[in-house]
Design a protein around this ligand. Structure first.
Ligand code: AMP
Length: 541
């Protein structure tokens, strides 16, 4: 028997309308590309998003059209996050750090009709425009005073487009499975693949994030997404924060430790979200100044494994660490380490241990681990296998791809290798493609990296597999020395040897000035593996 409640569709625009109505004085504070700080309440943002909706119509955008953005975290990007799906369009966020050929592939694959871009990216897009779809509309996200001379055909000015419209607009009802957002993710092989979010998945994901991060998600709190809007909805913050009535502090293009410290202090940021590389930079600044930014109480670390040494550094200064795991294909949040009061009461060492795991599932996410034959493994904290997920926020197939992304039971294979403990904590040991198999035994690159990062003379590192004639593969540690340090390899290996078996120890340590990063700011092990594919290990002729 069916129930008899109204079946109102979930709509992304309702989040902003709610924020306007209930949390109208909260809003988005942006460090702008033009310079200076811009402040906009949710009341103003909602009105401007309705003006934007009308402006989209007047330039010819219609339901189902893909509209691309190439922009930092800022208020105009947020308006696009609501205005585009609000009219039934698809907000397609492009990652500006991708190589030109990938951007060209993605824009053509998506058949984008229009591109909204920050001033920063005008020179780069001028070079790419000839390869983009014919008739593409270019809208530069600035005001008339800052409009550049540009060769982009028919370039329009964002603020002028908005100024020509009033805000009298009602968001249309759309089936909740209507596509709302599109984000491509790069695999190790082949072309990037698109995840096509729905209104339903975006709204439910916003609820999931609000419930899972309640210390940050309420009126009066200020949240800093260093994770970009161009990467998986800034981990859901673009939707969860207005829903909860907290304010967003947008860093714009300024992501170095000193700029983040200053912005956080000036704007009283409580919770900051981003990848480990960013937090290593902020931690160096915190150590330099000998104090935390005023008001800083929580850091969400995800995107790649948070090393226990980084977690400890924040925790001992009184910053609560939430270690999060997820994927573009999951909107992206899957698990978080929000500790309950009884866990918070544990001794520091045990708390740190729990936080070094990737956390427990958010509401709506189900997880299983399977062996190579697809047989389910026990959640006993010991059995390791590939992690599969399903849920309201999980993709069912890649955009315009014939290939199934799901297993026979309808679960999505993450490509991550993990164990799940009886208490629900997820422990990721590797990516399937980053695994090191030496003499038939697996070595977890994440375990070795975490230990290496605890060495005081190592600032950052990655462990990769290098081919070996006898063992198949052997681990090699590629390390960035801490400022002014020249680590001694024997000493580093002795340090690792305190916790690892002899066969798990890297065969070599290579020192580099910096590690290659992916477009989403993670260490690119693929680049390192290619670079050191012919590396001669000590003792090999
Ligand atoms: P992306 O879709 O670019 O966000 O990448 C998702 C992948 O990043 C996951 O499949 C994991 O391999 C990795 N990842 C994300 N968060 C974590 C984490 N906390 N620990 C370890 N790996 C992570």
């Amino acid at each position: 028997m069916l129930g008899q409640m109204m079946n109102r569709p979930l709509r992304v625009a309702d989040i902003l309308s709610y924020a306007e109505d209930i949390h109208g004085d909260e809003g988005v504070i942006s460090s702008t590309v033009e310079g200076g700080i811009h402040r906009e309440t949710y009341r103003e943002m909602a009105a401007r998003s309705r003006q934007l909706a009308k402006a989209l119509f007047s330039i010819g955008i219609r339901e189902g059209d893909r509209v691309a953005t190439l922009a930092w975290n800022g208020f105009r990007h947020m308006e696009l996050y609501y205005g585009i799906p609000g009219i039934g369009g698809i907000c397609h966020t492009l990652n500006p750090r991708l190589p030109a050929e990938q951007l060209i592939f993605i824009v053509n694959h998506a058949e984008d009709r229009a591109l909204f871009l920050d001033l920063t990216f005008v020179p780069a897009v001028e070079k790419l425009a000839a390869h983009f779809p014919k008739g593409m509309l270019y809208i530069i996200m600035t005001d008339r005073a800052h409009m550049p001379d540009t060769s982009l055909p028919g370039a329009l000015c964002y603020e002028e487009l908005l100024a020509a419209e009033d805000d009298g607009y009602e968001w249309p009802d759309l089936p909740e499975d209507t596509a709302a957002g599109l984000c491509y993710t790069s695999g190790t092989t082949g072309n990037p693949k698109g995840t096509l979010y729905t209104h339903r998945s975006q709204v439910l994901h916003a609820f999931m994030v609000c419930v899972a991060t309640q210390d940050a998600m309420h009126t009066g709190r200020r949240i800093l997404p260093v994770v970009p809007l161009f990467h998986a909805n800034a981990w859901g913050l673009a939707h969860a924060t207005p829903l909860a009535g907290a304010s967003l502090i947008m860093p714009g293009p300024h992501l170095d430790g000193a700029s983040l410290f200053d912005l956080m202090e000036a704007e009283n940021v409580f919770s900051a979200w981003g990848v480990p590389t960013v937090w290593l930079g902020l931690m160096a600044e915190i150590n330099k100044r000998g104090r935390l930014p005023e008001g800083f109480g929580e850091v969400v670390i995800g995107g790649s494994a948070a090393a226990p040494s980084l977690i400890e550094a924040f925790e001992e200064k009184g910053v609560d660490v939430i270690h999060a795991w997820g994927m573009t294909e999951m909107s992206p949040i899957g698990t978080l380490t929000k500790l309950e009061p009884n866990m918070q009461a544990l001794p520091l060492e045990e708390r740190l241990k729990l936080k070094s795991y990737q956390g427990r599932r958010a509401f709506g996410v189900e997880m299983k681990i399977v062996d190579e034959d697809g047989t389910r493994q026990r959640h006993d904290g010991k059995a390791v296998g590939e992690l599969f997920v399903r849920g309201y926020n999980v993709m069912s197939g890649y955009y315009r791809s014939e290939e199934s992304a799901l297993d026979a039971e309808g679960w999505f294979g993450t490509g991550d290798v993990a164990a799940i403990r009886p208490d629900g904590f997820l422990c990721i040991t590797d990516r399937t493609k980053d695994l090191i198999k030496s003499g038939g035994e697996w070595i977890s690159s994440i375990d070795v990296e975490n230990l290496a990062l605890a060495h005081e003379q190592i600032a950052n590192c990655a462990v990769i597999a290098v081919p070996h004639p006898k063992w198949g593969e052997r681990p090699v540690l590629v390390a960035v020395p801490a400022d002014g340090c020249t680590p001694d390899t024997g000493d580093v290996l002795r340090h690792l040897g305190e916790h690892l078996a002899k066969w798990q120890l890297p065969d070599d340590v290579i020192y580099v000035d910096s590690l290659p990063l992916t477009a989403t700011g993670k260490v690119s092990k693929l680049t390192l593996r290619q670079e050191y594919a012919d590396h001669k290990l000590p003792g090999m002729d």
